[in-house]
Design a protein around this ligand. Structure first.
Ligand code: ADP
Length: 485
C-alpha cells in the first residue's frame, strides 16, 4: 500500500485559481495517485467553485473549528478530479466572496481568520474521517499553521501518530503577516509566539510557522531554493530558511500536458505539433483578431499572461515600452491584479493602439490562445519561483524571453548557448530587457534559426511524472528521518 497523502491548498485547478499554486495543487495529486499514493486534497469552498457548477456533493459531515475566541462549524463537501477526492470546506462567511484573497485594492482584512479556519478544519476532518495520513502537504502561508498544530495542539492525537508535514513555498514574498494582537485566533499557546516560533519582528507570520515547524520544506525550482536563502530574495526569511537548509528541496513544477499541449488543446482554434506547425499561424491570426491588432507576418507578436504584481516586472516593461514600440514588434498582454498596474498598462495601450493591446481579465481560455498564437512570450520577472508560462510556451513553439531568475533561469537556455530554447537576460533593467527583445526580433527574421529554437522547446518534456517522483522521494525520506514508518 502506498503512502496516504493529504494535500491542503488554498486553490486548485480546475476549481479555483489565481496563479501557479492552483496548477500544482490540481495536477500533483493526480500524478501522485498514478505513483500508487492514496491522495486526498482539501480546498476552501469559494464562490468561484460554487459558480463553476462542478459535481460537488454534501457529505453530511460538519466539524467544529476552534478559532480561539469562538468555535465555528465547517461544512464538508466532496468532489473529485481524475479519481482523486477533493474535500471542500464550506463556510460562506469566509469564502463566499468575489475573490480568493482580496480585491484589486488589497487583501481581505480577515485573512488570518479565514485561513486559520481552513487549516484547522483540514485537521478536524482528518480526525473525523480517521484518514491517518503519512504526509500532510501544505502550501504557502495559507496552510502554514498546520505544521505548528501538528507539533503542538494535535501532537498526541493518534490519527496523526505517523504524520509528517511538508510545506511547499510557492512564493516567499507572500507570508501571511498579521499584528500580534490577533494571535489568539490561531488557538496556539503563548509559548510559540517568539522568534524561534511564529513571531517575525513583532508580527505573527504564517509562512514562518510553516518553515519552522514543517518536517520538510520544498520550493518550486532548484534556483529559487538557493535564491530564497539570500537577503535579496528571502524577504526576511532567509535566516530562518538557512537553518532548515538540510530539509529544503527544490523541485521544479511539472506541467499538465492534458491541459497544455497544442496538439490536443481544446481552447485554441487550430491544433498543431512540432511536425505540423501550420496551425500556429492560424492561431496567431485569431489571437490578433481577438486583441484587435493588425500586423504583418514578418512582425513578431510577443505575448504576456501575468498577475499584475510587483514581482512580474511591469515596472521595467513600462519603462522599456517607448523603445520597444520603436521596434517592428506587436504585443498582447492578458493580466489581472493590482489596480495601479492595470491603469499603467491601459495608459500605455492608449499610446500605441496599433502595436500594443491589453486585456485586463483572468481568462483561462484566452490564456491558451495567447500561448498558441504568440511568436514569443515575455517574462521580465524581478523574481520567479518557478514560472509556468515559459514552460507552456516551450510546448507551443512560443519562444520565451525571460529574466534569468528562479525557475525561469532553470528552464530557459539563451540562444547564444548554441542549444538555446529561448532568450534570457540577467540584469533587472529596462535596458537589458530592450536589448534581449531586439536580439530575439533579429533572430525571428532568420526563419531557419527560429524554427530550430522552436523545435528544441517543443521537444522538451516537463510532465508531472518526474516532479511527482521527486515529491514522493521527499515524503519517504522525511518519514524515514522521523522513524515514523
Ligand atoms: P504565479 O503563480 O506567480 O502567478 P506562474 O507562472 O507560476 O505565476 O503561474 C501563473 C498561472 O496563472 C499560469 O497558469 C497562468 O497561465 C495563469 N494566469 C496568470 N494570469 C492570468 C490571467 N490574467 N488569465 C488567465 N490565466 C492567468
Amino acid at each position: 500500500m502506498g503512502l496516504t497523502v493529504v494535500i491542503a491548498a488554498s486553490e486548485a485547478t480546475p476549481f479555483a485559481k489565481t496563479g501557479g499554486l492552483a496548477d500544482v495543487a490540481g495536477s500533483l495529486p493526480v500524478a501522485l495517485k498514478h505513483l500508487g499514493c492514496r491522495v486526498i486534497v482539501f480546498v476552501p469552498y469559494y464562490r468561484e467553485v460554487a459558480q463553476k457548477g462542478f459535481e460537488i456533493e454534501e457529505t453530511g459531515l460538519h466539524v467544529p473549528v476552534n478559532m480561539g475566541r469562538r468555535t465555528v462549524k465547517a461544512e464538508v463537501l466532496i468532489g473529485a478530479q481524475h479519481g482523486v477526492p477533493f474535500y471542500f470546506l464550506k463556510r460562506d462567511e469566509y469564502f463566499d466572496r468575489g475573490y480568493l484573497y482580496g480585491t484589486p485594492e488589497g487583501d481581505y482584512f480577515d485573512n488570518l481568520e479565514r485561513f486559520t479556519f481552513f487549516s484547522r478544519a483540514v485537521l478536524e476532518v482528518i480526525k473525523a474521517r480517521d484518514l491517518a495520513p503519512d504526509i500532510i502537504h501544505c502550501n504557502d502561508w495559507q496552510t502554514g499553521l498546520i505544521p505548528a498544530y501538528l507539533k503542538d495542539i494535535y501532537r498526541d492525537e493518534s490519527v496523526f501518530s505517523k504524520t509528517a508535514s511538508v510545506l511547499t513555498v510557492h512564493n516567499i514574498a507572500y507570508q501571511g503577516q498579521f499584528p500580534a494582537n490577533f494571535y489568539d485566533i490561531t488557538g496556539l499557546g503563548a509559548h510559540l509566539f517568539n522568534p524561534e516560533g511564529l513571531e517575525f519582528w513583532g508580527n505573527l507570520n504564517l509562512l514562518k510557522s510553516g518553515i519552522v515547524f514543517a518536517d520538510a520544506i520544498t520550493t518550486v525550482s532548484r534556483g529559487y531554493s538557493a535564491e530564497i536563502q539570500t537577503p535579496e530574495y528571502g524577504y526576511g526569511l532567509e535566516g530562518v530558511l538557512a537553518k532548515r537548509k538540510d530539509d529544503l528541496f527544490g523541485i521544479l513544477n511539472g506541467v499538465d500536458y492534458t491541459e497544455w499541449d497544442p496538439a490536443t488543446d481544446t481552447h485554441i482554434p487550430h491544433n498543431f505539433t512540432i511536425e505540423e506547425i501550420k496551425g500556429k499561424s492560424d492561431c496567431r491570426k485569431k489571437l490578433l483578431k481577438a486583441f484587435g491588432l493588425k500586423v504583418k507576418a514578418k512582425t513578431p507578436v510577443i505575448g504576456m499572461i501575468t498577475r499584475l504584481a510587483d514581482q512580474k516586472g511591469i515596472d521595467i516593461l513600462s519603462e522599456a515600452m517607448p523603445e520597444l514600440m520603436k521596434l517592428d514588434i506587436a504585443m498582447v498582454i492578458l493580466g489581472s491584479g493590482d489596480r495601479r498596474y492595470q491603469e499603467l498598462l491601459a495608459d500605455l495601450a492608449g499610446h500605441y493602439p496599433d502595436r500594443l493591446s491589453i486585456k485586463i481579465a483572468f481568462n483561462s481560455g484566452l490564456s491558451h490562445m495567447v500561448e498558441a498564437g504568440s511568436d514569443m512570450f515575455l517574462m521580465p520577472s524581478r523574481y520567479e519561483p518557478c514560472g509556468l508560462n515559459q514552460i507552456y510556451s516551450l510546448k507551443y513553439g512560443t519562444v520565451p524571453i525571460v529574466r534569468a531568475t528562479g525557475g525561469l533561469d532553470d528552464t530557459v537556455r539563451d540562444y547564444s548557448s548554441g542549444d538555446g530554447n529561448g532568450f534570457k537576460f540577467k540584469e533587472y533593467s529596462a535596458e537589458a530587457l530592450i536589448e534581449k527583445v531586439m536580439e530575439a526580433a533579429v533572430v525571428f527574421g532568420d526563419k531557419k534559426a527560429w524554427a530550430e529554437i522552436q523545435r528544441r522547446g517543443m521537444a522538451e518534456d516537463f510532465s508531472w511524472t518526474d516532479a511527482a517522483k521527486k515529491y514522493l522521494e521527499v515524503y519517504k525520506s522525511t518519514q524515514a528521518r522521523l522513524h515514523k514508518t
